[in-house]
Design a protein around this ligand. Structure first.
Ligand code: ARG
Length: 460
């Protein structure tokens, strides 16, 4: 018979049994479920709601159930529907009547919310560590490439010269926001719903502060209906993970482009590439492509949860059981992607000559040429037009700006002098961009130092 079988005259249909049960996916929260139950039973004992002897028996029994599950001795079954009822059944089988007192002043509705918060809180810490390690890989690669000149792009058209370090550090900055977003999410998640009961609290003299404190939460949630019906923390985590995956996906897309023969800015390590079954020459960036592809399933989970929650009346509805598979999948995906991406980056060979060669074409020093005239006194807008005309002249004469004779330059503006050639050198174009946040070595050094400090500050 079901734990809730009292008012039923018939067995559950076998199809419904499978359809309704969640043990296949919520079984992974067995540790958190037992942790929450231990805190609850301890509190019931201390508040005199159950006897101290029963509380002790429950706590010992739960510890034994935990080791039975871990050793594979205890079986979790669909007949017992979910992890909460499985654990209660296993406990009662072990310790008898005292086990039946565990569910006093509690409902599965507050129980599942506690379990999931505990579980996700831990997963956030793991994902955060993964991001910090990827940032560390960025620091290492950036340090080696502060003077590696590459084209910076807008519209995927060569725009202005930058360094490879500057490009990598942009991702470092995005990932810092991902870390703090997860920390914010964890902070809001860290309130305890236990004691909300089914929805309306309880008549027993429970101590919600005691259980909240025991379980490492900052405080009990202030409204019992909210306690059982809130899934903001799931949606918020899915949002943060979606944004993180956006960053990894953009980075992946660039790695894929950079590995192509059209760019050849980097070469992936053999250990991080794959071949083709038919084309002998192929070396494919499958890791980056898979990270880009997996981004879609994380977005899918976010949309799935937003849609599942939209329009649900208060308080608990079974629709909410759909939260777990989606958030577990998203968490698993992020945990899978981060280390493999970091490894791909760490082992990636940078090809500075190809980057430099690409930067040499496409007139990416045109802005610097206009800035040169501006510094000689010409208003910037006029300098812009003058250099525009020069670029046109260059395209018709198949020359680069720095290949023009001083005479040719002077015909367009008498402000040009010998020193223009220095101003047009790409290394100087990058080196002179010393504005705060710019690609000059002084600024990439500052960014690297700040990123290192960030990693140290946020490492547990
Ligand atoms: N398995 C359920 C879930 O994941 C636990 C809560 C069940 N509550 C209920 N009233 N049926 O949401």
């Amino acid at each position: 018979m079901k734990l809730w079988g009292g008012r039923f005259q018939k067995e559950t249909d076998a199809l419904v049994n499978d359809f309704n049960s969640s043990i296949q996916f919520d079984g992974r929260m067995y540790r958190e479920d037992i942790q929450g139950s231990i805190a609850h039973a301890t509190m019931l004992g201390k508040c005199g709601i159950i006897s101290q002897a029963d509380a002790d028996a429950i706590v010992e029994g739960l510890k034994a159930v935990l080791s039975d599950i871990e050793s594979g001795k205890a079986e979790l079954t669909a007949d017992n529907e979910d992890i909460h009822m499985n654990v209660e059944r296993l406990l009662t089988a072990k310790i008898g009547d005292a086990g039946k007192r565990l569910h006093t002043a509690r409902s599965r509705n507050d129980q599942v919310a506690v379990d999931l918060r505990l579980y996700l809180r831990h997963e956030i810490d793991t994902i955060k560590a993964g991001i910090l390690d990827l940032q560390q890989a960025i620091v290492e690669k950036a340090q080696e490439n502060q003077e590696t000149v590459m084209p910076g792009y807008t519209h995927l058209q060569r725009a202005q010269p930058i360094s490879f370090a500057q490009h990598l550090l942009a991702y470092g900055a995005m990932l810092s926001r991902d870390v703090t977003r997860l920390e914010d999410c964890r902070k809001r998640m860290n309130e305890c719903p236990l004691g909300s009961g089914a929805l309306a609290g309880t008549t027993y003299p429970i101590d919600r502060w005691m259980t909240a404190r025991d379980l490492g939460f900052d405080r009990p949630m202030g409204n019992s209906l909210d306690g059982v019906s809130d899934r903001d923390y799931v949606i918020e985590l899915l949002s943060a993970l979606s944004i993180l995956m956006t960053h990894l996906s953009r980075f992946s897309e660039e790695v894929i482009l950079w590995c192509s023969w059209e760019f050849k800015f980097v070469e992936l390590d053999d250990a991080y590439s794959t071949g083709s079954s038919i084309m002998p020459q192929k070396k494919n960036p499958d890791v980056a492509e898979l990270v880009r592809g997996k981004t879609g399933r994380v977005y899918g989970s976010l949309m799935g949860m937003l849609t599942a929650m939209k329009g649900l009346p208060l308080a608990y509805n079974k629709d909410m059981q759909e939260d777990k598979e989606q958030v577990f999948d998203a968490v698993d995906t992020a945990k899978l992607c981060l280390p493999v991406f970091a490894g791909m980056l760490r082992t990636m060979r940078v090809l500075p000559e190809s980057m430099r060669a690409a930067a040499g074409h496409g007139f990416i020093n045109a802005t610097d040429c206009a800035d040169y005239l501006t510094k000689k006194g010409m208003p910037f807008r006029d300098a812009y037009t003058t250099v525009g005309n020069l670029v046109y002249y260059c395209t018709t004469h198949r020359k680069l700006l720095e290949e023009l004779e001083l005479e040719e330059l002077r015909k367009i503006s008498p402000l040009f002098g010998e020193d223009v050639y220095e101003a047009l050198k790409l290394e100087n174009c990058v080196g002179q961009r010393k504005s705060y946040g710019g690609p000059a070595v002084s600024e990439t050094t500052r960014q690297i130092e700040e990123l290192k400090a960030f990693i140290a500050d946020h490492t547990a």
